[in-house]
Design a protein around this ligand. Structure first.
Ligand code: XMP
Length: 516
């Protein structure tokens, strides 16, 4: 892999993604990894990320100069660039002139790293210290007002560095510089494609699973669907998927799993209709946390029962179910410390704490992938587009989008309103601009309306369209008024008991994305 050494800012994941976008496989390692540990991963190139530190700060993360003797091509970015300059005997100083945001850079020579760059360009910077003199053997490629050395390279030793952040979109030529490093500097080829990921994973899954049976819980979301499709491709009939229909999905979603997904992939699916059971468990409950707990608890119980049946069924045929598929993605692995073999259970929606008689080993075919790669793999495997492009949807489903008690009737109302909102957003071509758009029924609020000749007492529906990169922070999406208008008119005309549509214009923080 290309190793991205994480110096503790938020940039390492972004760099790793950009390397993948250049179709080269990348992995993140902490800056505490020793040169030996890095070499043990057989790196084809190493990128030192930016970081919040000054190379002069006490305890600043340090780069072992031995790294530059290994012959592995290295690119330093921002802090990584400065740390590299310092380790190799260059001069790093506090100029007093910090550069933040869009910064003008003059390219005096392109070298290998900046091939194709114009002499003037805008880059995105964020630094206080600057490299004043390049180490011996390096050529200075660029300068900016605050950075006497803004980029350098020693092409013979295959060492490169830039002060700016090539991984952010605000550096328009950034991706090109990264690709120059990967293709020209490190001599790599763009081979990390969905096709290759699939054939690699198929081999890995077959080797892991052997002829044992495998079980997978499907939620209707992207991750579990693509994970199941991969395992199905690898070991076909050894896989049984379980879909718990808890009745809290949106209109059409259960059918998409039960019919479209099954038709497209040929998986054996065991559907558990638990709709009544969930409604009964939720009766009389309106506290949000309690609802979540009940839904999580019931989900695990129902899944356990179904899994036990699959195990018994296999046993009756002299087979053993040894494995459970999890749709864990690479960001989950990195964020939880990245240890190999650590089982990361993402949320209560996935299966946590199965009882002793149901101990499975995990199959995690998406463990190395970012979300956009999961989608590309899903499309390549023929997973239906409605599933591949599904926006995030919470495990507790519509249960936490009814403010108040969850009842069958309220679910009907919310499902109808949500279907209209989704239909109109899709019609307006906004699906991929919006991160997600919860539609919430304020069931405990009565709103007064006038419909026909009389007053009505109905309930408001809230639209909560948000834009986000990762759901950690979000802003409310400025939807066009005419789209909002159509949604509002249709919902109040077509959905019984709803006489008001309101728009949530709160960012996160302070508001969360979901209302409960
Ligand atoms: P909040 O409301 O915390 O949501 O801003 C952040 C993201 O997480 C989703 N979400 C959940 N997903 N189980 C899940 O699988 C949950 O209990 C849950 N609660 C919130 C939410 O839709 C948003 O994408």
């Amino acid at each position: 892999p290309v190793l991205v050494v994480d110096f503790g800012a938020q940039y390492a994941q972004l760099i790793a993604r950009r390397v993948r976008e250049a179709k080269v496989y990348s992995e993140i390692v902490p800056h505490t990894a020793t040169v030996e540990q890095m070499l043990a991963k057989n790196p084809v190139a190493i990128i030192l990320s930016g970081g919040p530190s000054s190379v002069y700060a006490t305890g600043a993360p340090f780069v072992d100069p031995a790294l530059f003797e290994t012959g592995v091509p290295v690119l330093g970015i921002c802090y990584g660039f400065q740390a590299m300059a310092k380790a190799l005997g260059g001069e790093v100083a506090q100029t007093g002139l910090s550069e933040y945001g869009g910064t003008h850079v003059e390219v005096s020579r392109t070298g290998a790293l900046l091939q194709g760059s114009p002499t003037q360009q805008t880059t995105w910077m964020s630094h206080g210290d600057a490299v004043h003199a390049a180490p011996e053997g390096f050529e200075v490629l660029a300068t900016s007002a605050g950075s006497p050395v803004a980029a350098f390279e020693d092409n013979a030793r295959r060492l490169y560095g830039v002060q700016w952040h090539p991984e952010v979109r605000h550096s328009p030529l950034g991706q090109k510089a990264l690709e120059n490093f990967l293709y020209e500097g490190a001599g790599l080829s763009p081979e990390w494609t969905a096709d290759n990921v699939i054939s690699d994973q198929v081999d890995i899954i077959r080797a892991q699973v052997g002829d044992a049976r495998v079980i997978c819980g499907l939620s209707g979301g992207v991750d579990s669907s693509v994970a199941a499709a991969l395992v199905q491709k690898a070991v076909g009939d050894q896989l049984t998927c379980v879909f718990v229909d808890h009745g809290l999905l949106r209109a059409g979603e259960a059918e998409q799993v039960e019919k479209d997904f099954v038709d497209a992939t040929g998986v054996q699916l065991k559907v558990v209709d638990a709709r009544e059971r969930f409604l009964a468990a939720l009766a009389g409950v309106s506290d949000p946390e309690t609802k979540r707990k009940i839904i999580g608890r019931e989900f695990i119980r129902v899944f356990e029962d179904a899994a036990r049946e699959v195990v018994e069924d296999a046993g009756a045929h002299g087979e053993e179910v040894k494995f459970l598929v999890q749709g864990t993605l690479y960001p989950d692995v990195v964020e939880s410390g990245g240890g190999e073999g650590a089982a990361n259970i993402k949320s209560h929606h996935n299966v946590g704490g199965l009882p002793d008689d149901l101990q499975f080993s995990l199959v995690e075919p998406l463990r190395t992938l970012f979300k956009d790669e999961v989608r590309a793999v899903g499309l390549e495997l023929g997973v239906p587009e409605v599933i591949v492009w599904r926006q995030p949807f919470p495990g507790p489903g519509l249960g936490i989008r009814i403010v108040g008690e969850v009842t069958a009737e309220r679910l009907e109302i919310l499902r109808a309103a949500d279907a209209i909102a989704r239909e109109e957003l899709t019609r307006a071509g906004l699906d991929r601009e919006i991160w997600q758009c919860p539609v919430v029924l304020l069931a405990d609020v009565r709103s007064v309306g006038v419909q026909g000749d009389g007053r009505t007492y109905g309930h408001p529906i809230v639209l909560r369209p948000v834009s986000s990169e990762d759901a950690m922070t979000a802003d409310w999406t400025r939807l066009p008024y005419d789209v909002l208008s159509v949604i509002s008119t249709r919902i109040t005309n077509e959905v019984k008991d709803v006489n008001r549509v309101v728009l949530d214009v709160t960012s996160k923080p302070p508001g969360t994305i979901e209302w409960e």
